[in-house]
Design a protein around this ligand. Structure first.
Ligand code: NAP
Length: 319
């Protein structure tokens, strides 16, 4: 029987630390702010918008809401993004998805300056992840060169010189694995889904952590032939029951990122939970797995952005 990876408890501990960090910034008179850009009235976007606002208010992040009608023109939207880019009160900007169909989402995220691209979706942030320039954040341990020696760092996620952020959901998956002491190096990881928000960046992060990574998608023939070889399966498709018991090997680690809302309003993931749980060594529940960690990541990165800009303006004060 698998051990359950409880995202809620990890999320609580991250939020506590975020609250503490915000308290320290407030001592220097610095508030932490997150911009939320909502275009149209899609129920999923609105629901996520409300959940984030609530989470922000609990830890002391100020939210700035920018609500535009479904009919907003691209110029109007881009103008709002530009004004947020230069707004000193706002440390990060999150665009709520899905956007109305006629809007070019890539155009909008590419207008966000990388220092405020808190979900790492812009081309610069994606490129820096692919080039291994921002992946230091996914390592809990690292080294810095100090006074002629390399000094071990146990928490080097705050890198003032790195101005790009990693996408919240895949970063949350990495943090969840780390929290449960699940090694990634040398493992065969199978990622199901290749979206720019989840599957693709997750596969790059696992690669940076030296897993052997296979990425599967809709056109993959015989998905089970790949998942049966996996030491770690991360699935993000939104297809209920996609990963079945006969598609996994004994002792596999299963991270279910998928969210499927059933007719009765309940939520399930991509994995046939009960039978797969019997074979796996670790598994995330849905809800209560990756979801809560995603929001915690968003809060953490907003505070890191505030710390970074404060550090760059007055490095001696936060030293
Ligand atoms: N827990 C969280 O915090 C969180 C955050 C974000 C998203 N999610 C959930 O994660 C899921 C994926 O989100 P997303 O934004 O990545 O969605 P997306 O953009 O629709 O991407 C879905 C991916 O799944 C692949 N796929 C679809 N059907 C498949 C099948 N039968 N076999 C193999 N692959 C298949 C697609 O392949 P193609 O590329 O070939 O079409 C695509 O790459 C959704 O349920 C979403 O709600 C959860």
């Amino acid at each position: 029987m698998a051990r359950i990876m409880d995202g809620r408890s990890l999320s609580d501990s991250i939020r506590e630390k975020v609250k503490e960090d915000i308290g320290k910034l407030q001592q220097y008179g610095t508030a932490v702010g997150l911009g939320l850009l909502l275009i149209g009235e899609h129920p999923a976007s609105r629901q996520y918008f409300l959940a984030i606002k609530k989470a922000c208010s609990k830890v002391g992040v100020d939210t700035y809401q920018f609500k535009l009608p479904e009919t907003a023109s691209m110029n109007e939207i881009v103008n709002v993004v530009h004004s947020i880019n230069s707004d000193e009160r706002i440390n990060g900007l999150l665009v709520l998805f899905p956007l109305p169909g006629r809007i070019n989402a890539r155009r909008i995220v590419n207008e966000i300056v990388p220092e405020k691209d808190i979900d790492g979706l812009g081309s610069l942030s994606v490129g820096r992840l692919a080039a291994d320039e921002s992946t230091l954040q996914i390592f809990k341990e690292g080294y810095i060169f100090k006074e002629g020696y390399y000094e071990m760092l146990y928490e080097c996620r705050f890198m003032p010189t790195v101005s790009s952020f990693l996408p919240c959901t895949p970063f949350g998956v990495i943090r969840l694995l780390e929290h449960y002491g699940i090694g990634i190096k040398g493992k065969h990881a199978v990622v199901v889904g290749k979206s720019l928000a989840v599957g693709r960046p997750l596969s790059l992060m696992l690669l940076a952590k030296e897993a052997t990574v296979t990425v599967c998608h809709r056109e993959t023939h015989d998905l089970g032939a790949f998942t049966r070889q996996a030491d770690l399966i991360c699935t993000a498709t939104g297809v209920r029951g996609l990963i079945k018991e006969d598609m996994v090997k004994e002792g596999v680690v299963v991270v279910d990122i998928g969210i499927n809302v059933l007719d009765d309003g309940s939520i399930v993931g991509d994995v046939d939970f009960e039978p797969v749980e019997k074979k796996a060594s670790f598994i995330t529940p849905v809800p209560g797995g990756v979801g809560p960690v995603t929001i915690a990541m968003l809060l953490e990165k907003t505070v890191r952005s505030a710390q970074r800009s404060e550090f760059l303006k007055s490095p001696l004060m936060l030293g």
